[in-house]
Design a protein around this ligand. Structure first.
Ligand code: S3P
Length: 445
């Protein structure tokens, strides 16, 4: 085990969350701003860029493909001198994408026909995550990609000047914004039209940013759940500046902390409230949470608001399945809320949680049980009976969201919660410890 993997959080019991904070920039939007800014004509200034390891891995990848990128400076500002759709250069080495699934999955599409070979690699967790979901459709479009037998990374993309992708009409087998984005980004370079049908709404930052940079895109709502997104290949992107809102997925830990700890009253400023991301608000409200939004506005094509959360007794619910893709990264935090709620909370239709940075169903159930909560994992979700947290040592399995969720649990615990393997909190929330301390959480590393 390296020194970094050995980071342990200790969260002491009690306290509540108060004050006004701004959590770091949105991870999904930060990734996309680097990718699409690099392919644009002109200069893009990104403010509020997330300086986490995941989005920095994307930034480094584009630098090593010849894009001139300055920053991030102390304010998180990044400047990209776009090279246009066909200006990327072959990197000298494999692109190391660390822990970042979004980097690997989106780059699989974006880099599949650049006219040079490129290898995408990642850490132990990323190398065990399913990649066939992205390589399959892109290979169908004409790409040449090798992976290991299980279809996992490293992914070796072969492309030369004769590589020409063909448009595809692809129906996603699962509700995944990463797969949708991968196919659309490959479609930018394909002959003719590329369409993706999604079985349920998933985050639409790629579509919004493409449109914001002047790329034509057609979105057709097929029914309550399904949409079809189509674009033509061979267009161009024109740079404009991007203001990255705070990440609702990082805000989620504080939302849950304030919901469970008596006396809490916290405001989270300038948070992205894109309706494809607000499952956490909808689910907590349905459980009885006291959440108010103010100062709602649109910034660079994305809605933002200040979110105020005050303590309120929560009740268990059966989480509506249509909320699952809209809160897909928030279930570690939601399971902490469920453990503090009156009655039972049931999650179904969430089998995707088993293939995130860790198996998040197993990781949360194991930790909750260690802390004395009566709960069980199911194939596609969990059943959690509200109770009281004791104390103990839980393993985050190197998953940033598991680590931060258990830190919040300490607010209502009887004793210390020790959380192992927390280095990857830096992938999405580098200043978590100090920001959390400033709001009243007694956590240290
Ligand atoms: C992301 C999409 C989601 C999410 C991930 C970020 C994105 O993954 O879990 O953290 O930026 O497109 P899936 O597409 O696998 O659901």
């Amino acid at each position: 085990m390296s020194y970094e993997q050995a980071i342990t959080f200790i969260a002491q019991p009690g306290g509540c969350l108060t004050g006004q904070i701004r959590v770091p920039g949105d991870k999904s939007i930060s990734h996309r701003s680097i990718m699409l800014g690099s392919l644009s004509e002109g200069t893009m200034i990104i403010s509020g860029f997330l300086q986490g390891e995941d989005s920095l891995a994307t930034l480094k990848a584009f630098r090593s493909m010849g894009v001139q990128i300055t920053g991030p400076d102390e304010k998180g500002q990044v400047t990209i001198h776009g090279v246009g759709m066909h200006g990327l250069k072959k990197p000298e080495k494999a692109l190391d994408l660390g822990n970042s699934g979004t980097s690997m999955r989106l780059l699989t599409g974006l880099l599949s026909s650049q006219g040079f070979d490129v290898t995408l690699s990642g850490d132990h967790s990323l190398s065990s995550r399913p990649m066939k979901r992205v390589t399959d459709p892109v290979i169908q479009m004409g790409a040449n990609i090798n992976s290991d037998e299980k279809g996992t990374a490293p992914l070796i993309i072969h492309s030369d000047t004769s590589t020409q992708l063909a448009g595809i009409d692809y129906t996603l087998p699962m509700a995944s914004a990463q797969v949708k984005s991968c196919v659309l980004l490959a479609g930018l370079y394909a002959q003719g039209e590329t369409c993706v049908t999604e079985p349920a709404p998933t985050r639409d930052h790629t579509e919004r940013m493409l449109q914001g940079l002047g790329y034509q895109l057609e979105v057709t709502r097929l029914d309550e759940q399904r949409s079809k997104i189509c674009l033509q290949g061979d267009g161009k992107l024109t740079a404009c500046d991007i203001d990255v809102p705070s990440d609702i997925s990082s805000a989620a830990f504080f939302m849950v902390g304030a919901c469970i700890a008596e006396g809490s009253d916290i405001s989270l400023n300038h948070v992205g409230i894109n309706p494809t991301r607000t499952g956490i608000i909808n689910i907590l409200r349905q459980m009885g949470a006291d959440i108010t939004l103010s100062n709602e506005k649109e910034v660079g094509g994305e809605p933002v608001a200040d979110i105020r959360i005050r303590y309120a007794q929560l009740n268990g619910i059966h989480i509506p399945e249509d909320q699952v893709p809209l809160a897909i990264d928030e279930f570690p935090a939601i399971s902490i809320a469920a453990a503090c709620a009156r009655g039972q909370t049931i999650l179904t239709g969430a089998e995707e949680l088993r293939v995130k940075e860790s198996d998040r169903i197993q990781a949360m159930i194991d930790g909750l049980q260690i802390l004395g909560i009566d709960c069980e994992g199911t194939e596609d979700g969990m059943i959690i009976n509200g109770g009281e947290f004791g104390s103990g040592t839980v393993d985050s399995l190197g998953d940033h969201r598991i680590a931060m969720s258990f830190a919040m649990a300490a607010l209502t615990a009887k004793g210390d919660i020790t959380i192992k393997d927390c280095a990857n909190v830096n992938t999405s929330f580098p200043d978590f410890i100090s920001l959390a301390q400033s709001t009243g959480l007694k956590v240290s590393s």
